[in-house]
Design a protein around this ligand. Structure first.
Ligand code: PRX
Length: 647
């Protein structure tokens, strides 16, 4: 049924031009930005940096490009926290609401720009009192509470780089990231609210802290109210530090290329990569994209991005982009179905949200819950709605358009990555005619091309998505591993950044993203590497060997399917193994299904045949199996897979 709908839509080639009403007040209509950027992309970005960002010292060179290393706005100085806070207060907008925060239990906080600035100044001093300074790394492991924003901006204010770890990651994952970055301070909370209950964070952090020698101090925000152990001399309550810290902390100028943050993401090998983002270029990129992609009018819009600050979307489009633009936004702590399946829509109605940004996996979940949920609420305030994290299927796009956008909100399907820092491919809502399921075109200033496997440019049809020239928000490298940076992104197609995604160009030149072409799964919009989950499985004493594949899944995009061979005589049940993976990485990496098998299908040279396992997991007919060392292994796995889908 779903496939038929998609096909019908593709055949139909439905197109959605922006309405005249929308265009009449949009920042961009027509092609002038595209034309300007096509003339000279460096000059284009320089104009954005000049107009949208405040600098305490102007830059000399726009871009220094020594492939694959770029520097932007070289010689310039600025402070990101100043751009996100002080300049709005100085301009007389201190009383404007920065954050409408909604806790899951229903408690709320309204925080103006002046209040947020005061909190950040104080916490910056608290961090300094703990010995944090320019160039240090600070880990952040917090729920979706305003203190997460405060912590990030305070680091930026004093020149320390933050490394935020998603609160759903396990203590092991937290420890690995702290150690890779040699972080000095960890900022966490007692716990946070999720699905009507408090989930503990400090106890998880304590487990990690047993093996993180670089951490000198731990700051704990009180949120969950759960009992926690505080180690004297090392652990401090946030509210105590704040009570003792002084109120004024002027923003110091930072070099444009000062490290702003590390954010760890999965690659094709087991070890997560610390993606490095710096100051001036990153801020320019996210400020520009947040303003134009969402057509933000800071005076009147109420913006809401449902991501978690632990992911790049939270960094760029909850913290830095919106605050740099002086937007008013909603931040929500909890899950979308507490206390009811209409929680998000009740929040849209309550705060009169005008711009809403979420993920396809969430949209598919809303579809399952039914149209009556959004229909209970007045969503007429919405005017732009966005999608990020994975390809959005045309069917989900249409549902989003009809039931959330009520037929009159442009949809911006935004393609980008942790590595790109900000949005790269997306419609501009007042300028682009959209097609359901297509991310449309590269933004002005961005160069993207599809190439075939020999690197030849494809102008129609499928291939590999590459980026053709540097952009301000691009990653500056992988923390501690410049070789891996070159190898991962710049070696496959010489001179081009290879994103790891497949894409297709249609007759009209629209881009359609086709998902990952490497061993990275996309589960609910989150990147998880097959190797990482395999390593977690193999670290269990009963497991001899494991192979993990991503199989198509109607709700989560892909689901993690594991094939496991146990050590001789060992026994373990599926749920214990799933929990083991959760302990090693986090609940998001739990395999949906584990098949136990006496053997894995391998080539004669001993390579595991993942393609075959994917076919088995998705119930497809198998193609050529002649390269298999032992074909009977697959037959048995197929029988088991068929059986479990009947169960
Ligand atoms: O495969 C693409 C998919 O998500 C990957 C990047 O994941 P991450 O670094 O976790 O960042 C997610 C949020 C930016 C990409 O390589 N992806 C992201 N957005 C889209 C997408 N795939 C298709 N369409 C999108 N709009």
């Amino acid at each position: 049924m779903a496939d038929e709908t998609i096909e019908a839509l593709l055949l139909e080639q439905r197109k959605f031009p922006p309405s005249e009403a929308f265009k009449s007040r949009a920042h961009v209509v027509g092609t002038h930005l595209y034309d300007e950027a096509a003339q000279d992309y460096e000059a284009f970005w320089a104009r954005q940096a000049d107009e949208l960002v405040s600098w305490s010292r102007p830059w000399g060179t726009v871009c220094e490009w020594n492939l694959p290393f770029s520097k932007w706005f070289v010689g310039g100085q600025l402070n990101v926290a100043y751009n996100c806070l002080d300049r709005h207060v100085e301009a007389g907008r201190g009383g404007k609401v920065a954050i409408h925060w909604e806790g899951e239990p229903g408690d709320t906080r309204t925080i103006t720009y002046a209040e947020l600035l005061a909190e950040v100044e104080r916490f910056s001093n608290a961090l300094k009192d703990l010995g944090v300074g320019r160039g240090d790394r600070v880990n952040i492991y917090l729920p979706m509470i305003p203190e997460a924003v405060v912590a990030m901006l305070s680091c930026a204010r004093i020149g320390a780089a933050h490394s935020v770890v998603f609160g759903g990651f396990s203590s092991q994952a937290l420890a690995d990231r702290i150690n890779d970055a040699s972080a000095k301070v960890l900022i966490t909370a007692d716990g946070g609210w999720r699905r009507g209950e408090v989930f503990p964070l400090k106890p998880q952090a304590d487990e990690a802290l047993a093996s993180t020698p670089s951490i000198e101090h731990v700051v704990v925000v009180k949120r969950g109210g759960n009992t926690v152990d505080m180690k004297s001399g090392r652990d401090h309550w946030y509210h105590d530090l704040m009570a003792n810290a002084s109120a004024k902390c002027p923003a110091e100028p930072m070099d444009s290329e000062q490290l702003l943050f590390l954010l760890y993401t999965s690659g094709t090998t087991g070890k997560p990569k610390g993606i490095m983002h710096t100051t001036g270029g990153y801020l320019t990129h996210v400020t520009y994209t947040h303003k134009y992609v969402f057509d933000l009018h800071a005076d009147t819009d109420v913006y809401w991005c449902t991501a978690d600050v632990g992911w790049v979307t939270g960094h760029s489009y909850i913290v830095y982009g919106p605050l740099s633009n002086g937007a008013t936004q909603v931040i929500y702590e909890g899950v979308p179905n507490h206390p009811g399946n209409d929680r998000l829509w009740s929040i849209v109605e309550k705060y009169k949200v005008t711009i809403f940004y979420t993920a396809p996996t969430a949209i598919r979940t809303f579809m399952k819950w039914g149209t009556q949920e959004p229909a209970k609420h007045d969503l007429s305030s919405l005017r732009v709605i966005g999608s990020v994290g994975e390809p959005i299927n045309p069917e989900a796009w249409m549902w989003y358009h009809e039931h959330i956008g009520r037929g009159n909100c442009p949809i911006v399907d935004t393609w980008w990555q942790t590595e790109t820092g900000g949005i790269m491919i997306s419609p501009l809502p007042g300028a682009t005619t959209t097609k359901p399921g297509s991310a449309t075109f590269p933004l002005p200033g961005v160069g993207a091309e599809v190439v075939d496997e020999n690197g030849k440019v494809v102008t129609k049809g499928g291939g590999y998505l590459t980026l053709t020239h540097p952009w301000p928000g691009m990653l500056r490298g992988i923390w501690g591993d410049p070789e891996r940076y070159k190898e991962t992104y710049w070696s496959r197609f010489p001179g081009r950044y290879f994103a790891g995604d497949g894409a297709k160009l249609d007759d009209d030149g629209y881009l359609w993203l086709l998902g990952r072409v490497d061993d990275v799964m996309n589960v609910s919009g989150h990147r998880i590497s097959t190797t990482e989950v395999e390593s977690a499985l193999v670290s269990h004493p009963s497991v001899a060997e494991a192979a993990v594949v991503g199989a198509n899944d109607a709700t989560t995009g892909q689901a993690i399917i594991a094939y496991v061979t146990l050590r001789g005589g060992a026994q373990v049940n599926e749920s214990d193994l799933r929990n083991h993976v959760a302990k090693e990485i986090g609940a998001i990496a739990k395999p949906k299904t584990i098949y136990f098998t006496p053997d894995l299908p391998k080539t004669r040279s001993g390579k595991i045949m993942r393609r075959l396992l994917r076919d088995v997991a998705e119930g497809r007919n198998l193609g050529d199996t002649t390269t298999l060392a032992d074909a009977s292994v697959v037959t048995e796995l197929q029988q088991r897979a068929a059986q479990s889908s009947e169960d």
